[in-house]
Design a protein. Structure first.
Length: 133
């Protein structure tokens, strides 16, 4: 994947380049998405088991207020509110909710779209654990 730039909810400029020192997992969410509320609740459970992964939430169009994210336990430095329109990110991150796992060199290792039910979170965890072995 090409480098990705953007802005975090804390107002910091953000640049994701490859290769990276750690793999990356991103959750794409938006306020108008009916399944995103549960995805936001499931996200901490999903990433907690993978401390060696960097993780970010991409809140499309900055759809959540910083106070909301803080109340939900999200670090605003790990919430992207705007990203560059570099291909293929706009196409890949169009649907919500989406979870994407990216390797250190920048290859997409996993892409999951749709509701993050408890069963789906467990399936993603098992897949990520296998892919990172």
């Amino acid at each position: 994947l090409p480098a990705l730039t953007g802005v975090t909810a804390s107002g910091e400029r953000f640049a994701l380049g490859f290769p990276r020192t750690r793999p990356l997992m991103i959750l794409v969410t938006a306020r108008e998405c009916p399944y995103c509320r549960s995805a936001l609740r499931a996200w901490p459970t999903l990433v907690r088991d993978f401390p060696l992964l960097d993780n970010f939430v991409y809140a499309k169009q900055g759809s959540y207020a910083t106070a909301e994210l803080l109340d939900a336990g999200f670090d605003p430095r790990h919430v992207l509110v705007a990203i560059s329109s570099v291909r293929p990110y706009q196409e890949i991150l169009r649907a919500t909710p989406t979870v994407m796992l990216i390797s250190r060199p920048g290859a997409i290792l996993g892409l999951w779209r749709g509701e993050l039910s408890a069963q789906r979170v467990e399936m993603i965890k098992a897949t990520v654990a296998t892919l990172l072995m």
